[in-house]
Design a protein around this ligand. Sequence first.
Ligand SMILES: Nc1ncnc2c1ncn2[C@@H]1O[C@H](COP(=O)(O)OP(=O)(O)OP(=O)(O)O)[C@@H](O)[C@H]1O
Length: 509
Amino acid sequence: MASEIVFLITEQRNKQRITLPSDRGAYRFGRSAQCEYVLRRNNVGDRQFTIACADGQWTITDDSSDCNTWYNNRYLTAGETCALQPGDVIGLNTDGDAATQEITFRVEEIRTVQGSVEGPRQEQTDAAVLREVDIRRKKRVLIGRGDDCDIKLVSDRVSRHHCEVVYRDGQFEVRDLGSTNGTYVDGVRISRTALRSGAVINVPTQVFAFTGGLLHYHEHKSGISVQLLNVYKTVQDRNTGKPLNIVDGTSLEIEPNSFVVLVGGSGTGKSSLLTCITGTDPCTAGSVRFDGLETRGNRNAFDAVLGYVPQRDIMHDNLTVEQSLTFTAKLRIAHDASKAEIAAAVAHAIEAVDLTGREKTLISQLSGGQKKRVSIAMELLASPRLLILDEPTSGLSPDLDRSMMELCRKLSHQNCTVLMVTHNMSNINLCDKIAFLGVGGVLCYYGPPENLHSYFDVELTSDIFEKLRVPELVEQYRCQYFTTPEFNRLAAAWPEAAQEADKRCDQSN
Ligand SMILES: Nc1ncnc2c1ncn2[C@@H]1O[C@H](COP(=O)(O)OP(=O)(O)OP(=O)(O)O)[C@@H](O)[C@H]1O
């Protein structure tokens, strides 16, 4: 009988579940690229430990000669094997302090499964629930925001009856039902088309994968994840005529419903990286994924999940907040929305940006910070699952900067994933992660704000900007990033991200 073991891996604030099926042999954990689960950390051996299953019994074996593996309440001796059961904890003390375990692997569950199961799986924590609908059995699956739909999507961008997937005479077909914002199959807007196995269907805020007569989808609570894998933007240098990387091999993962701030000195490629993510000027190499799905070729469809707040506010001064938002709502919300639905969406957006009580105020009478909130509310009308803000706090007073950061934090935890570009570091502790770029478009740090100063070994944030102007230091921090938990979690899920690390940096250092 096959079985699988579920580990909850905890490292700093990050949590991740992995499921290892028993019929795939042993799973090696360690620094080496040959391991099934690569852990590029200090004080981790090339092969640290192995998890395996024989005769229904899961075990851990310590493989490392010089770095110890913690098991429940003691260290294993080199080569020792122990049986695993739910509740057991494996720990690694990557900072070298024997008293603390920086990464823990807790056995959550060992379960028997029928037949064979597919390879190691990453499981999202709390972000999404995987659903599937059997089209052959139902014959017709109606998708939309109406109460009578088989798959009901809660977004004003989705039409009441948006599209349907039907099965007739052995054929599967998807038909758009005259929706406002479109149905896409493999990145192309369709009115009706036959479905092949493996097709990807997009409607606003939702992606479906169609295989073997089943429609699979993640029922999202709100924000999406973004994966950047070896992302490059190469341009022709206007001075030398030679190729120049202005985004230079960036790999990182933005977790669902997190608030990430992108910082870096002037000209370090922040805007260029943003345009790779928004797709307005796509990357020249590498991959940008939303919820793990490649966005290249699917750009139109993925636009639906994106909200972009530009640096300059674009609104009519002589309209009130409510008029302005109602005007935008009529353009963005599905055309079959009733007046009451539009009014509710506007009220919801106003409340989300804490402007309740200002509905009747003219835009011209708002402060800079309030205007920015209206710009954000305009994007929220479209229920984005990723909100990108380009320097929303530039030109604002310090107290407004704080309230803007607090708003972004709130939105990220309630509505969507938030990515913000900023120069202002004073309230940076309010974000979940900082992506710090150095000269030449190199990602030098990606991690929580509380580790920033120790990582760069500085007391003042301004010293980081100084350091990241020096190309040699930038290269040093590029490689240091490849040893961090954030990068290793990404590389474990997307091994191609490690290729760049292996190419750029000698991992034995
Ligand atoms: N064709 C080109 N030739 C040479 N350099 C270029 C070319 N195109 C862009 N660059 C450089 O690429 C870098 C990245 O620009 P980008 O606008 O993305 O940086 P940024 O971090 O957003 O800057 P800022 O904070 O000043 O807005 C800049 O240094 C820019 O001068």
